[in-house]
Design a protein around this ligand. Structure first.
Ligand code: 13P
Ligand code: SF4
Length: 301
């Protein structure tokens, strides 16, 4: 990929000089995912692997809550996010005060928060979860009712798999919210036999029409294990681009939706992040201690 080679070479050199590693989410573009990232994965994998980083600097090629989670789990490291405006509609849908309000409304009911939240929101929760472990986390609490905030669709999709009563919040992912059951029916008509995989941030009616629902890592594993002749991933566009590289024998049908926040991260701003040490992620220590407990409890499940 000649268009990218200047930035790629510079980033590889800067990583060595600055003792830095790049963690990239599955939604990063292929030139980031395949050419400069040291560790790739879903939110759960990035959290786990961030804890094990020895290098002095972590560059998080992903959105802000992912960089905050890395900082919570490895507080001695410098964590950089190449664009500090890389947010998330789910993280923006709920505040710490909203969580306190929910606790007053539902006294004694534990609060599970999706990692797609700010550190301040995590600090108000009992335990975090990701799309990869939400069911296990909810059931690990051994109680009849939990709040699962803020993704309403994830809460509904988990509620369909457990006897635990789930109290949701009304947050949505602006990317997965746009998929509809009609999209799936049209795809199946246009591509007979296509396997449909959906992310659990999709509306429950979409998940109901899919062949499988799971985190970005689970979707990738599904393709590796089942090798369908043709597949569509109802999720962010770069997912198919990244997975397709390893599966030239699989046809990827590609209606997809872009995440404008993930797309703020580019090779150019990763390079600048390493050159100028920006944008450093810091978390108020009083918030960080409580938020870390919620993330660490999740990792123990
Ligand atoms: P995963 O944890 O499945 O990678 O999802 C993160 C995310 O932001 C999905 O929109
Ligand atoms: Fe947030 Fe949705 Fe983008 Fe994931 S895809 S970072 S949930 S807005």
């Amino acid at each position: 990929w000649p268009a990218f080679s200047g930035d790629v070479e510079a980033i590889l050199k800067l990583k060595r000089e600055r003792d830095a590693v790049i963690l990239a989410h599955n939604y990063q573009t292929p030139e980031i995912f395949h050419c400069v990232a040291d560790i790739v994965g879903d939110s759960l994998a990035l959290a786990r692997r961030a804890m094990e980083v020895d290098a002095g600097i972590i560059v998080l090629a992903g959105v802000h809550f992912m960089a905050e989670t890395a900082k919570l789990l490895n507080p001695g490291k410098t964590v950089l996010i190449p664009d500090s405006g890389a947010g998330c509609s789910l993280a923006d849908s709920i505040t710490a005060e909203d969580v306190r309000l929910m606790r007053r409304r539902h006294p004694g009911v534990p609060v599970v928060t999706y990692v797609n939240t700010s550190a301040a929101v995590k600090a108000e929760s009992d335990i975090c979860c990701t799309s990869g472990n939400a069911l296990a986390v909810v059931e690990s609490l051994g109680v009849p009712r939990v709040m699962l905030l803020p993704d309403e669709y994830l809460a509904q999709n988990i509620a369909a798999q457990t006897d635990v009563e789930i109290i949701p919040w009304q947050g949505h992912c602006e990317v997965h919210d746009r998929f509809t059951p009609a999209d799936i029916r049209e795809l199946r008509e246009a591509h007979p036999g296509v396997t449909v995989l959906a992310h659990p941030e999709c509306p429950p009616e979409v998940v109901a029409e899919a062949d499988f629902a799971g985190s970005t890592a689970a979707m990738s594993d599904y393709v590796r294990r089942h090798r369908p002749a043709s597949v569509v991933l109802m999720t962010e566009c770069s997912m198919s681009d990244n997975v397709a590289v390893d599966h030239p024998d699989v046809e990827f049908v590609r209606p997809c939706n872009l995440c404008p926040h993930m797309k703020r991260i580019t090779l150019a701003n990763i390079r600048t992040a390493l050159e100028e040490n920006r944008h450093e992620v810091t978390i108020d220590p009083l918030v960080a201690d409580r938020a870390r407990r919620a993330v660490e409890r999740m990792l123990e499940v």
